[in-house]
Design a protein around this ligand. Structure first.
Ligand SMILES: Cc1cc2nc3c(=O)[nH]c(=O)nc-3n(C[C@H](O)[C@H](O)[C@H](O)COP(=O)(O)OP(=O)(O)OC[C@H]3O[C@@H](n4cnc5c(N)ncnc54)[C@H](O)[C@@H]3O)c2cc1C
Length: 417
């Protein structure tokens, strides 16, 4: 009997998980192995909600619920679909030998592949700002989100207990995560009055970025609406403010010194050491260069997608921004091309859509966003955001489970709104 071709997928984040599911659906003769160091798949767009939920006297069951609604067990997901040709292995990947076509795991085990999909994501970078890594809390993993939630919860507790003075939360990075976190916190503090203490009068939330405007990558109109909303809520907004260094309790910027009790880093990402170590051509940011077919340069049997890939759309000198949707779309192209290479057929190229629907919440049930050429703000944009969430769950789960997961998560995380 002919041996099934083995496709190994590294990383069960947005790109890797969607690729594994699509491959398993489309070809039952392939042996698909999905590897990730985590047993769960985190839906990162909800991380700000995790970090800002149940801040007043949280019960253990509420904390457990937060973890349950924002991440899904990868094994459970495979079970939901009933796949027999997709195997998940929880393991830390240590290296890839593209010459001998083997993946090396930290346990010492090696795994041969016929085709490889590299979807290893990226890690947080602090851009070498002295003290930032030591003092700031990152916002990348579920553990990060839970840690931020815990620290802000402690601050709220101190304020309710009657500690004197004003406490400061400083959030660095006014992209979607920083903006959403700042707005959600202030919105909640405004509405919270405990033991006669109005929390918004006792905790100040500052949002700092060196860019001239919040949500700098979005349309200027959307950015302006978000700015107005943040100011109206009472966020202390400091754009065009570069951070020079951080010490215990103080952020030093080009303009001034800002005191903090909790410092949150919602800044940048860089490729992880592991994807940098793979002997494939990289761009100047250390990302593995992806051809239009999503194959790595010089390796027809290796596909590279998502945050670890440097994908330059045809005729462009700028790489595609690293987003969940870019990882998913590139994954779909990689799957199609793997099927073509195993069964025969033409390779296709990845043409990123010019405008994916995008929506960012800015406190409670208020959002800003765009779809096609239309721009939205207010409740409608908030609903658009929730629909984008649902669309993702429908991509990775059977319809009924997706709707259940989405509605439970939405209900839980909206309790603060
Ligand atoms: C807080 C936050 C909010 C975001 N919000 C949005 C949003 O609203 N919309 C949007 O489009 N994008 C958003 N993003 C970006 C989006 O999450 C990423 O672009 C997307 O996750 C990239 O997908 P990926 O498959 O390349 O990598 P990831 O999803 O990061 O997956 C990489 C996987 O590889 C695994 N891995 C890494 N190294 C190893 C190793 N050595 N061994 C084993 N496993 C390993 C990791 O555990 C992880 O599961 C957000 C990101 C963050 C952090």
């Amino acid at each position: 009997m002919k041996k099934a071709k083995r496709i190994v997928i590294l990383g069960a984040g947005f790109g890797g998980l969607v690729s594994a599911i699509l491959l398993a659906k489309k070809n039952h003769e392939l042996e698909i192995v999905l590897i990730d160091k985590n047993s769960e798949h985190l839906y990162t767009p909800w991380l700000y909600d995790v970090a800002t939920s149940f801040l007043v006297k949280p019960k253990n069951k509420e904390i457990a619920l937060l973890k349950k609604v924002s991440a899904v067990s990868i094994k459970e997901l495979i079970k939901m679909h009933g796949f027999k040709n997709l195997r998940f292995r929880q393991a830390e990947i240590q290296g890839v030998d593209v010459k001998t076509k083997h993946v090396l795991l930290k346990s010492g085990m090696t795994l041969a592949y016929d085709f490889l999909v590299v979807a290893l994501g990226a890690k947080t970078t602090y851009y070498g700002i002295p003290g930032m890594e030591k003092f700031a809390l990152p916002m990348k993993t579920l553990e990060d989100g839970m840690q931020v939630q815990e620290r802000i919860g402690e601050l709220v507790k101190e304020v309710i207990a009657g500690e004197s003075g004003v406490k400061n939360i400083v959030i660095v990075g006014a992209g979607p995560t920083g903006t959403e976190t700042a707005a959600e916190l202030v919105n909640f503090f405004q509405a919270s009055n405990r033991n006669g203490v109005k929390i918004s009068e006792k905790i100040r939330v500052s949002l700092v970025d060196s860019a001239p405007r919040v949500l700098n990558f979005l349309d200027p109109y959307i950015s302006q609406v978000a700015t107005n909303r943040l100011k109206k809520l009472g966020v202390d907004l400091r754009t065009e403010t570069a951070i020079l260094k951080v010490q215990d309790k103080t952020v030093f910027t080009t303009n001034e010194e800002i005191p903090y009790d909790v410092l949150i880093w919602a800044g940048g990402i860089v490729p992880s050491e592991i994807s940098k170590s793979i002997k494939l051509k990289k761009d100047n940011k250390g990302r593995i260069i992806s051809r239009q077919t999503t194959q790595a340069e010089g390796a027809d049997d290796v596909f590279v997608i998502g945050d670890c890939a440097g994908f330059y759309p045809a005729g462009n000198v700028q790489a595609l921004p690293q987003t969940g949707w870019a990882a998913v779309d590139a994954g779909k192209v990689a799957v199609q091309n793997i099927l073509s290479l195993t069964k025969g057929g033409e390779l296709i190229s990845y043409f990123p859509p010019r405008k994916h629907p995008v929506a960012v919440t800015v406190g409670g049930q208020f959002g800003v966003g765009s779809a096609s050429h239309f721009k939205f703000s207010g409740y409608f944009a908030f609903v658009l955001r929730r629909l984008i969430d649902l669309r993702y769950f429908l991509t990775i789960m059977p319809a009924l489970q997706a709707i259940k997961f989405w509605s439970k998560g939405t209900r839980t995380l909206m309790k603060n709104d």
